[in-house]
Design a protein around this ligand. Structure first.
Ligand code: M6R
Length: 364
C-alpha cells in the first residue's frame, strides 16, 4: 500500500504535485477563482465584518498563510487562532462573523468545538477539509474540499500544501467579491498557483541534495528556522514537521525577532535555516543572516534563482526556481518537509509512527 516507498510520508510528499492539481482543478483558471456550490456570496459578504480562521497544528499554519493573503489580496483583517485557545476564551463572534476552519481529518475535537461555539452565536462557518462527510464537513455551513486524497502518515504534507492552495484561492475569491482586488491581480495569483504542481515536482527532484545534507548533519540537537513575511509561516511549519518525526528540538522565528532574545541561543555550529524567498525583505534577511553568522551559526539559505550569490555569505544554499513571490509558500515547504524526513530517517526514527502522536486528535 506504500506503493514501493519506504514510508507513507514519502509517498504522500511525492503525491503533492497531483494533490495540488486536484485542488486547483475546476476552481482556478486564468480568469479567476470559482468555487462551485459555495453558498457564501457578495450579498452575504456585505454583512461580514469579522473573519476568523481557526485550526490546529499544521492546519493552523495554513491558517496563518491564509491570514497573510486575505489581508494582502482582500484587504480584510483576519484573526488566526489555535482552536484550543479560541474555544475557551469567549471569542468575539456573532452573526456578522465568517469563521473559516481548516482540518485535514475533519474530526479534530477542538476545531469541531470551535465550530459549535461560533454557530451557536450565529456565525457563518466555512470548513476547508480533506475528508468528505467528516464531522466538520457536516457541521459547517459551507465546505471547500482540499481534494488531496487520503493522508495516512501522521506528519501532514500533501494536506498542508492543498490547504495553503485553498487559502490563496479563497483570498483571491474574497478580494474579488469585495472589490478590493483587480481582476489582473486575480489572474496573476491563479497563474502562479497553476505553476505550483510543476514547482513541487522540481523540489522533489532535489532529494539527493537534501538527503546528503541530512546524512551529514543528523547528530544535531537543535535547529533554528527564520523567515520574514510568508516565509515565517513556512518556517513554523518546517519546524513542526522536524519536531514531530525526528525529535530534534527546533524553533522558528520571525527573523527580525531574533535579536530580541533567541539569538542568545545561537552558538558555534548551530544550524540556522534562513528561508529567503521574498524580494521585499531579502536585504533584511541578509542582515539577519550576518547577525547569526557572527555568532558562529552554520547557515543554510533557501533562495529563488537569481540570488545564488548569497553563497558568499552562508554555508549552504538551496536554490529554488524563480517564481511569483506570492506562491513560494507552496513549493518551499516541500524542501523543509524533505529535510525533516531525511533527518528523521538518518536518525533511525519510525517516520510514519512518531511517538506520542496520533493522526487524528479526536479527544482534547
Ligand atoms: O486533521 P487536522 O488537520 O484537524 O489535524 C490537525 C493537527 O492535529 C495536525 O495538523 C497535526 O499537527 C499533524 N500531525 C501535523 O503534521
Amino acid at each position: 500500500e506504500k506503493g514501493g516507498y519506504d514510508h507513507f510520508m514519502l509517498k504522500e510528499m511525492v503525491e503533492q504535485p497531483k494533490a495540488m492539481m486536484e485542488t486547483l482543478m475546476g476552481r482556478c483558471c486564468e480568469s479567476g477563482v470559482t468555487f462551485a456550490g459555495l453558498k457564501l456570496n457578495t450579498e452575504m459578504m456585505k454583512n461580514i465584518n469579522r473573519i476568523q480562521i481557526v485550526a490546529c497544528g499544521t492546519a493552523y499554519h495554513a491558517g496563518m498563510v491564509g491570514k497573510y493573503y486575505f489581508e494582502k489580496f482582500a484587504r480584510i483583517s483576519v484573526e488566526t487562532e489555535a482552536a484550543s485557545e479560541y474555544r475557551y476564551k469567549d471569542p468575539i463572534v456573532d452573526k456578522n462573523t465568517l469563521l473559516i476552519v481548516i482540518s485535514q481529518s475533519g474530526e479534530t475535537a477542538d476545531t469541531l468545538a470551535a465550530i459549535r461555539l461560533a454557530k451557536e452565536r450565529g456565525a457563518w462557518v466555512l470548513a476547508v477539509t480533506n475528508v468528505v462527510g467528516s464531522s466538520i464537513a457536516r457541521e459547517a455551513d459551507d465546505v471547500i474540499y482540499t481534494n488531496a486524497g487520503p493522508e495516512i502518515a501522521v506528519a501532514s504534507t500533501k494536506a498542508y500544501v492543498t490547504q495553503v492552495g485553498c487559502m490563496m484561492m479563497l483570498a483571491s475569491f474574497l478580494g474579488e467579491l469585495n472589490g478590493k482586488m483587480e481582476k489582473a491581480e486575480g489572474s496573476r495569483i491563479c497563474h502562479g498557483l497553476m505553476m505550483t504542481p510543476g514547482l513541487i515536482e522540481k523540489a522533489l527532484e532535489t532529494q539527493a541534495v537534501i538527503k546528503a545534507f541530512a546524512d551529514k548533519n543528523h547528530k544535531i540537537y537543535d535547529l533554528f528556522y527564520m523567515g520574514r513575511g510568508v516565509d515565517l509561516y513556512t518556517s513554523m511549519e518546517g519546524s513542526l514537521k522536524l519536531k514531530e518525526i525526528s525529535y530534534i528540538h527546533s524553533e522558528a522565528y520571525a527573523a527580525g525577532e531574533l535579536k530580541h532574545g533567541p539569538i542568545a541561543l545561537i552558538e558555534d555550529g548551530t544550524i540556522v535555516v534562513a528561508v529567503c524567498t521574498q524580494e521585499n525583505v531579502f536585504e533584511k534577511m541578509l542582515s539577519n543572516i550576518k547577525e547569526v553568522k557572527a555568532r558562529g551559526a552554520h547557515v543554510l539559505a533557501i533562495v529563488q534563482e537569481g540570488h545564488q550569490d548569497i553563497a558568499t555569505e552562508v554555508d549552504e544554499v538551496w536554490v529554488i526556481p524563480e517564481m511569483d513571490d506570492d506562491i513560494t509558500a507552496i513549493p518551499t515547504i516541500v524542501y523543509l518537509q524533505l529535510l525533516a524526513y531525511y533527518l528523521a530517517v538518518a536518525r533511525g526514527c519510525d517516520v510514519d509512527k512518531p511517538k506520542n502522536l496520533a493522526k487524528s486528535v479526536t479527544v482534547e
